[in-house]
Design a protein. Structure first.
Lengths: 271, 295
C-alpha cells in the first residue's frame, strides 16, 4: 500500500502513518538503548546528561561476588534446561509429527500448555506441589524442574515446525537405498531439522535465563538467579551497576537473536 | 500432503508401540510437573489455615468467602482488570500500525525492524521494568525532559501508581500483539485489497471494509494474549507499582512469600484465574458475533 511502487503519490496520510510507526518503533527500542547508554556512562546517577564513556560500572559488577555467583547459577540452570529440553523436546516433536495418530491433538495441547497459562500460576502450582511431595525448595531441583517445564514448549514448537516443513520422501529414499532407522535419522532427518533444534534451544536458554516468577517462588534460600539478584539489588540501590547487569543481559539476548537470524531467519521463530 | 499419506509408512504402522518411548519423558515431565501441580492449587485453596503448619487438618471454603467479602481485595481486583483492559486497548492501537507496516514493508530494513519488535520480547522482564524505572522516577528521564522543556516545575508522579504500571506493561507486552497480527496480515492475499481498490473504493474504505475485518482473528488472538499476560504480570507491578499500583499477582505473592498464608493465597490465585477465564469467555462471545458477519 505504501506508495511509490504502486505509482501512487505520497499523501499527507502516508507521512502521518510513517511518523506514527516510527514513533512506535522508537518507543519499543528506547528503554533498551537507554539502559545500555547509561551503563557506559561515567556519572554517578542513572540520569542525563551523559558525562563520558567509562567501564567503571562493569568493573563494579565483575568485582561483586553476588552478581558473579548469580550469573553462574543462571547459566547453569539455563544450560541444564536447554540440554534436557533439546533431547526430550526433540524426541516428543518427532513422535507427534511421525507416530502419534489418535491422541495427537491432546498430546500437542499438553506439550504447549505451559505457554498458554500465566507463568505465575505455574510457579504457585509447583511451589505447593513440591511441598506436598516432600521435595520442597531446599535444593536446586525444584527451580530446575520449573525452568525445564516453562521452556519446554519453545523446543517442541520449533522442532515441530522444522519437521512439518521437511519433505519426508527423503527419508524413504534413504530407507530404500538400504539405510537403517538410526542411520536414516542421523544422516537425513537430523541435519534437516537441526535449524529448528538450534532455534528452540537458543530460545529455551534465553527464556530460562530471563524468567522470574518461577525462580522467585521455587528458589532455595540464599541462591539467586541473575534476575532475582537484580530485583533484590534494586530494592535498596538505584545506580549504574544495575544498568551494567541489564546491559550484559541485553548483549546476550542480541547475540542469540543474531545467531538465530544468521542460521534460520527470525521469521521462522515459533512462539 | 497426499504424497506423504500415500507413501508406505515405514515405522508408524508396524512399530508404533516401539516409538512411544520417544514421548514418554516429555509426558512424564508435563503430567508429573505441570498438570498434577495445577490440581494442588485447588486442594491448597480448600485447606484450613494453621498457625503451626503450612495448613491445618480439615477442609473449608472460608478463604473464598473471606476474600470475596473483602472490599480491599475487590479494589485490587478491579484495578488489575482496569490495568489489563487499558494495556490491551493501547497495545492494539499501537501494535496494529506496526504489524500493518511490517506486513507491507519490502525495504531491506525490514529484518532490522523485525529485530526492533522481537528484542523487547527476549530481553528479561526485570531489565525492561528497570529501564522504565529510570524513565518514570521522580527525577527520571521523562521528568527531566519535561522540566527542560519548561512544561512542568515540579516532577509528575509517573510511577508507584497504576499509570506507571500501565505504561511499562504496554511496552512489555506490545510484541505479543504485533506478532499474531503480523502473521494474520501476511496471510491475507493482497489481491483482495487490489480488487477493492480497482472497484473504486478509497484506500481508507478498503482498509475498513476489507483488511480490518480479515485481520479480526489476529486481533482476537493478540488482545487475549496481552490481557491475560498483563493481569497476571508480577514483576512490573511489583517493581514500579508501589502500593498505588498493587495488583492481584503482587497480593498473591505477598500472601505466599511474606505472610506464609498458602491456603488463602491459593484461593486468591484461583479467584484471579476464574475472573480471567470469565472475561476471556465473554470477550470470545462478543468477538465471535462480530466475526460471524465476515464474508
Amino acid at each position: 500500500m505504501t506508495g511509490s511502487s504502486n505509482g501512487v503519490e505520497k499523501t499527507i496520510w502516508d507521512r502521518l502513518f510513517t511518523a506514527l510507526v516510527t514513533a512506535i518503533y522508537i518507543f519499543l527500542m528506547f528503554p533498551i538503548v537507554l539502559v545500555v547508554l547509561l551503563s557506559f556512562n561515567s556519572g554517578e546517577f542513572l540520569a542525563f546528561p551523559l558525562e563520558g564513556f567509562s567501564l567503571r560500572w562493569f568493573e563494579a559488577l565483575f568485582s561483586n561476588k553476588r552478581f558473579l555467583d548469580a550469573t553462574l547459577y543462571s547459566i547453569q540452570i539455563a544450560a541444564t534446561s536447554t540440554v534436557v529440553n533439546g533431547v526430550i523436546g526433540t524426541l516428543a516433536a518427532i513422535y507427534v509429527a511421525r507416530h502419534a495418530t489418535m491422541a495427537r491433538d491432546y498430546i500437542r495441547l499438553i506439550m504447549t500448555a505451559p505457554l498458554l497459562v500465566p507463568e505465575i500460576l505455574t510457579a504457585i502450582a509447583l511451589l505447593f506441589y513440591f511441598y506436598e511431595i516432600r521435595i520442597g525448595t531446599d535444593y536446586s531441583i525444584a527451580i530446575q524442574i520449573g525452568h525445564i517445564v516453562v521452556t519446554f514448549p519453545y523446543v517442541f514448537l520449533n522442532v515441530s515446525s522444522a519437521l512439518f516443513n521437511f519433505d519426508r520422501s527423503q527419508e524413504e529414499a534413504a530407507r530404500s537405498l538400504g539405510a537403517g532407522g538410526w542411520m536414516t535419522f542421523r544422516r537425513v532427518t537430523l541435519p534437516a531439522i537441526k535449524p529448528g533444534i538450534i532455534t528452540g534451544c537458543l530460545f529455551a536458554f534465553v527464556i530460562s535465563f530471563d524468567i522470574f516468577n518461577i525462580s522467585l517462588l521455587l528458589k532455595s534460600l540464599g541462591k539467586n538467579t541473575l534476575p532475582l539478584e537484580l530485583f533484590d539489588y534494586l530494592r535498596f540501590n538505584f545506580d549504574p551497576t544495575a544498568a551494567a547487569i541489564a546491559s550484559l543481559s541485553i548483549f546476550m539476548t542480541f547475540a542469540a537473536i543474531l545467531i538465530i537470524d544468521r542460521t534460520v531467519g527470525l521469521r521462522s521463530l515459533r512462539f | 500432503m497426499s504424497a506423504v499419506e500415500a507413501a508406505p509408512r515405514v515405522d508408524s504402522r508396524g512399530n508404533r508401540g516401539s516409538a512411544a518411548w520417544m514421548v514418554v519423558p516429555a509426558l512424564v515431565l508435563l503430567i508429573g510437573f505441570f498438570a498434577l501441580p495445577y490440581l494442588t492449587i485447588i486442594t491448597m485453596s480448600l485447606r484450613e489455615a494453621s498457625t503451626r503448619a503450612v495448613y491445618g487438618d480439615g477442609f473449608t471454603l472460608a478463604h473464598y468467602t473471606t476474600a470475596l467479602g473483602d472490599f480491599y481485595i475487590w479494589g485490587i481486583l478491579g484495578r488489575t482488570l482496569l490495568i489489563g483492559a487499558t494495556v490491551t486497548v493501547i497495545s492494539l492501537l499501537l501494535g496494529y500500525p506496526v504489524a500493518y507496516h511490517l506486513a507491507k514493508s519490502r525495504s531491506r530494513w525490514t529484518s532490522l525492524l523485525y529485530i526492533f519488535v522481537l528484542s523487547p520480547l527476549l530481553v528479561g522482564l526485570v531489565v525492561r521494568t528497570f529501564a522504565w524505572m529510570i524513565i518514570l522516577s521522580n527525577n527520571g528521564v521523562a521528568n527531566q525532559a519535561l522540566k527542560a522543556a519548561g512544561l512542568i516545575d515540579f516532577p509528575l508522579q509517573l510511577m508507584n501508581n497504576s499509570l506507571g504500571v500501565t505504561i511499562a506493561l504496554t511496552h512489555v507486552f506490545l510484541p505479543f500483539i504485533i506478532l499474531p497480527l503480523l502473521g494474520n496480515l501476511q496471510a491475507i492475499s493482497p489481491d483482495l485489497a487490489m480488487a477493492s481498490r480497482s472497484l473504486g473504493a478509497s484506500r481508507m474504505r478498503t482498509f475498513w471494509k476489507v483488511t480490518l475485518p480479515l485481520s479480526m482473528p489476529g486481533i482476537q488472538a493478540g488482545t487475549i494474549l496481552v490481557f491475560v499476560l498483563s493481569i497476571s504480570a508480577y514483576v512490573t507491578p511489583a517493581m514500579l507499582g508501589g502500593t498505588g499500583g498493587r495488583t492481584m499477582s503482587v497480593l498473591v505473592v505477598q500472601y505466599l512469600v511474606d505472610n506464609f498464608r498458602w491456603p488463602a493465597g491459593a484461593a486468591l490465585a484461583i479467584i484471579m484465574a476464574a475472573v480471567a477465564v470469565i472475561f476471556v469467555g465473554l470477550y470470545l462471545r462478543l468477538t465471535a458475533r462480530a466475526m460471524r458477519r465476515l464474508p
